[in-house]
Ligand binder design. Structure first.
Ligand SMILES: Nc1ncnc2c1ncn2[C@@H]1O[C@H](COP(=O)(O)OP(=O)(O)OP(=O)(O)O)[C@@H](O)[C@H]1O
Length: 322
């Protein structure tokens, strides 16, 4: 290979192209860039997030899945503004989650994101009615005048109607079913019209039929209000209902399943086609699914070949293989 010294004109062109190249995630609503979160307890370090990359576009409804301990809740707590990463970058709706002041963080939690927890009891105040629970975040974010109180009550009813639970307006949490409580929790989270709804196992305590109703409420919020929604779930039914499911493994995004509808031209039948992708990070790192590498006995070192339209990855067949 011959190398030539670049001319000044080459360097100028290169510098200009670097400057004009869009930054990673410039058009995403949520950008996680090499996110790291290390917890230290009793001198032992746990790397909960190990350089996680994730982009979520405005208007998406997506699911995050992964084994217990893979880092899902850690990521959600960071995106919710409840925890700060050790390193890397995280931006949501134009706000930098690492450099935010305490005051910005509070405003962020009140107006930019809405959060729904798995435990129904954690989402609502037990001594307030559904309408009062929904009005509370509006009161905390704004004024408490008589006109605003009327506006808050109207907005509460509007949200309860949208999520098909207007009957719950004057009921306290113990007078509602688990599914109704979670739908009210979604209304509470939507009260200040956030850009993003984050939900950590929102259907974890519910039976599958009730879970379907709760998931339908998320879909309504996404379709009717345009809210971007990220749901952490173990529920295969929920994960199978969204267009995009991202899997987290060992603190990194590993694979992604995209689903799209296809209509058969002759029969008119609509089927959902799902395809799995692996994530390639900017350093060129790729995490191969364990079942693929195990099936071919791949470990430590693999052979790579660049083909015209793909890269072949084969088990190590070198002579000094041990
Ligand atoms: N506050 C903390 N202090 C110490 N270690 C923590 C803390 N929070 C999480 N971890 C550790 O970080 C790793 C990731 O945990 P995390 O709760 O994010 O996983 P998860 O994917 O949400 O799991 P699950 O599905 O069981 O909720 C685990 O090893 C966990 O023990």
């Amino acid at each position: 290979m011959t190398t030539t010294n670049p001319t000044l004109a080459d360097l100028t062109t290169r510098a200009r192209s670097t400057r004009t190249r869009p930054t990673y995630g410039h058009d995403a609503l949520i950008t996680c860039d090499r996110l790291v979160r290390i917890f230290t307890t009793d001198g032992i370090e746990v790397q909960a997030l190990q350089g996680l990359d994730l982009l979520v576009r405005e208007g998406e409804l997506m699911a995050l899945v992964g084994a217990s301990g893979s880092g899902k809740s850690t990521l959600m707590n960071i995106l919710a503004g409840l925890d700060t990463p050790t390193a890397g970058a995280a931006r949501v709706a134009g706000q930098d989650l690492l450099t935010m002041t305490a005051k910005d963080r509070l405003a962020y939690r009140r107006t930019t994101v809405g959060f729904i927890w798995q435990q129904t009891s954690r989402n609502l105040l037990p001594y307030l009615t559904a309408a009062q629970n929904i009005a509370l975040p509006m009161q905390l974010a704004g004024t408490r005048s008589r006109t605003s109180r009327r506006a808050h009550a109207e907005r509460a009813l509007e949200l309860l109607e949208l999520l098909e639970i207007p009957d719950c307006r004057d009921r306290r949490p113990h007078q509602m079913s688990g599914g109704q409580q979670q739908r009210v929790a979604i209304a509470v989270a939507l009260a200040n019209d956030p850009a993003v709804l984050l939900a950590d196992e929102p259907t974890g305590e519910l039976d599958s039929h009730t879970a379907e109703h709760v998931f339908a409420a998320f879909r309504t919020a996404n379709e009717r209000l345009g809210t971007t929604i990220v749901i952490v779930t173990h529920d295969a039914a929920v994960a199978g209902e969204v267009r995009r499911t991202v899997a987290i493994r060992d603190g990194r995004t590993s694979t992604e399943v995209l689903r799209r509808s296809e209509v058969d031209e002759t029969t008119g039948h609509e089927t959902v086609v799902a395809r799995e992708y692996a994530m390639l990070d900017r350093a060129g790192r790729l995490q191969l699914p364990a079942e693929y590498t195990e099936a071919l006995g791949m470990r430590d070192r693999v052979a790579l070949e660049l083909e015209p339209d793909h890269i072949a990855v084969r088990p190590d067949d070198s002579e000094d293989r041990t």
